[in-house]
Design a protein around this ligand. Sequence first.
Ligand SMILES: [Zn+2]
Length: 186
Amino acid sequence: MFGNNSAGVETEINRLVPKSLNVFVWRVKRRRIPVRAELDKRGIDLDSVRCPMCDDSLETIEHAMILCKFAYEIWVRVYRWWSFGNPTNLSIGEIFNGVGNNIRGEVGKEIWQVVEWVSGYVIWKYRNQKVFQNKETAIPNIVNEIQVKSYEWISRRSKKLNVEWQQWFINPSSYVNGAPSRVGIG
Ligand SMILES: [Zn+2]
């Protein structure tokens, strides 16, 4: 459910996503994902503390999730998909606790939160793919995975919302501001 921020984020879960994603978010908020800067702090010997995606900066949680040009490009495309402006001043707190973007209504907030959480999860997944398999995936395919995964989870678990794939893909914002205008499915 969508928790009360002032009561602390500790108990916040989103019932639309699997437990594994709730656990991932819980870990990110407590800075318990193994980015290189965190491993280094704990005395683990690493060849490099730089970001494996861009090799340009220290890999902090903020860098891996937001500031890296790889991650940021994904946020830009997710925001564009939702017809929001470019993401500015993104923070871990805003992404994983938060709302923003003038989304009103409990259902809308909950589904936008799913999109943000899935985006973070998928960014981390592809970072790990690069580290452990030295494999890269094109950004449009990654964004598509975010669209598909969020759709599957929301449509499977939301009782309040009947999400149509085509509408979800073309104009997801319509689901957060009242009834969506229908599009024909060929
Ligand atoms: Zn980077």
